[in-house]
Unconditional design. Structure first.
Length: 98
């Protein structure tokens, strides 16, 4: 079975969608009918290229990526807590009416 060849611009587009727009690898893989491994490889290559070209300085941009990932996790956790508190408030409001 022959390997598919993808244009560099196509690869960069998907990597940017993942890194800048926060799209998940799963959603991109489904939408563009790719293997997860291909997309992971492209992301790793992009990061390596950036580091080699000094586009990603360890002090600023990599910290920003780390902070962004941390903030996304915190946001998800807070959204879960919010949903729980809304359910609890509805439950107690219902109980106080009875």
């Amino acid at each position: 079975m022959a390997r598919k060849k993808y244009e560099k611009s196509f690869k960069e587009k998907l990597v940017r969608m993942h890194l800048e727009e926060g799209r998940t690898i799963n959603s991109l893989a489904k939408e563009y009918q790719l293997g997860h491994g291909s997309l992971n490889t492209w992301i790793k290559q992009y990061r390596k290229e950036c580091e080699n070209n000094k586009m990603l300085s360890k002090d600023s941009n990599s910290d920003i990526f780390d902070q962004l990932a941390e903030l996304r996790k915190k946001n998800e956790e807070l959204e879960k807590e919010n949903r729980f508190l809304k359910k609890a408030a509805a439950f107690f409001a219902k109980e106080s009416q009875n």
